[in-house]
Design a protein around this ligand. Structure first.
Ligand code: NI
Length: 165
């Protein structure tokens, strides 16, 4: 890493990643009764499966792109997991794995092994992917009559982005 500006930018990017994971775990914690089993329609993944998919995708990309940080992959990509505490632990662990992999490659000035023009693109890819699935989870809740109000969702999602330390 060349200078203080670069280090500051890297910290801000990693902070955005941490906030994204906080929002995801906040949504998990705020799910109404039966929320993990909700799905947008017949044949769509349940919210539980969307969470385990997100966890799996994070680990697969680290495995392929920065294998020195690889953790063992779950057997199933779309696993049905009913324990929210366990899902939260999985998400916190894989968020840290992505963080460590990206931080290390950026600081070392090393490209990723398989994808991406720059290691930061792994972070951006995961942010986009997870925002996409976050919207699907909210839709699944709505379609199964478990809609979260804006008043409920705002402070634990959007406001996490804008909060000043
Ligand atoms: Ni996906």
């Amino acid at each position: 890493m060349s200078n203080a500006t670069d280090q500051g930018l890297l910290e801000a990017l990693l902070d955005s990643w941490d906030r994204n994971n906080t929002i995801l775990v906040n949504l998990l914690r705020a799910l109404p009764e039966g929320g993990l089993e909700a799905r947008a329609m017949e044949g769509s993944p349940s919210i539980s499966e969307l969470f385990t998919h997100i966890h799996y995708v994070r680990l697969v990309f680290v495995f392929e792109d920065a294998p020195e940080f690889a953790k063992s992959l779950p057997e199933k990509e779309w696993a049905v997991e009913r324990d929210p505490g366990r899902i939260a632990r999985m998400l916190n662990e894989s968020a840290m794995t992505v963080r460590d992999a990206v931080k290390s490659r950026v600081e070392a000035g090393r490209d990723m092994d398989l994808h991406y023009d720059h290691p930061i693109l792994l972070l951006q890819h995961m942010l986009w992917h997870e925002g996409y699935h976050h919207g699907q989870m909210k839709l699944a809740l709505k379609l199964s009559d478990r809609q979260m109000s804006d008043k409920e969702a705002g402070p634990i999602t959007w406001r996490v982005w804008m909060r000043k330390k």
